[in-house]
Design a protein around this ligand. Sequence first.
Ligand code: ATP
Ligand code: PLP
Ligand code: MG
Ligand code: NA
Ligand code: MG
Length: 297
Amino acid sequence: PSETGRVLSIQSHTVQGYVGNKSAVFPLQLLGYDVDPINSVQFSNHTGYPTFKGQVLNGDQLWDLIEGLEANNLLYYTHLLTGYIGSVSFLNTVLKVVDKLRSINPNLTYVCDPVLGDEGKLYVAQELVSVYREKVVPVASMLTPNQFEAELLTGLRIVSEQDGREACNILHAAGPSKVVLTSINIDGNLLLIGSHQKEKGQPPAQFRIPIPKIPAYFTGTGDLMTALLLGWSNKYPDNLDKAAELSVSSLQALLVRTVNDYTRAGHDCQSSSLEIRLIQSQDDIRNPEIKYKAEIY
Ligand code: ATP
Ligand code: PLP
Ligand code: MG
Ligand code: NA
Ligand code: MG
């Protein structure tokens, strides 16, 4: 399938390494998309390193860029993609951007990775949670929370697969027709749960993809996963299961390559976070071999 589009991607930029826009722009381009990145921050490296330096864009500066594009009639986008957002004022401006883009293209798809935290730890200011919950989730077309984020956004504790499916139902009722819980941890095993509500008020089509946990810690994988899901779900708009199979298969091939490369270089993969081998994995992104199959509930 050749369906592509024009994506406005508002995410972090790092000079070195692959998180945020650095892990989203290249794969979307490989899948045939025109991608216009707005860098919400420019940091030397990701924040998992001992130190980092750089600049943060504020809401007014974001709006300046939007006004510049608008003044030249350059604001037609098929997709908006957002990831980590560090402040309420920036998030409120993103909401203004959603409205503005939809006034130009009412069919705009907004793919939102509601980055709030992971494994029980919040890594944004607490006040962002209610803004996501009350204002962002309702306007999102597709949402890609992890387990902790889904809990924060629904108020539901997710301790079983059934809880995960119920969280998706709650999120559909709040807005997005597509929800992917990118991983939930059930008894030490990773599980992706996907849910597509094809018609408002109807029960969604749901599926699971079991993912073997690799004993290493990666950064940038969440941002990459959401970008892949955008890319593939637009090519298979009625088959979120297929889009997720392709995305998981690309990502896992990349993670295996990353671990193999580090191991070959004599590095202990469990001692620190690994930078993903994004560029080296371009064939796996363009043309993934489906090794991870969706199981329909
Ligand atoms: P989540 O944790 O829910 O997957 P996230 O936004 O917290 O989402 P990551 O933790 O980076 O982002 O995970 C993104 C994707 O990468 C998930 O689909 C996950 O299964 C995969 N992934 C991340 N770490 C590993 C790992 N150690 N082994 C296997 N897959 C992994
Ligand atoms: N953006 C920045 C600036 C970061 O430092 C990080 C992680 O350290 C991320 C985004 C998120 O990476 P991930 O996709 O692993 O959640
Ligand atoms: Mg995670
Ligand atoms: Na996620
Ligand atoms: Mg994430």
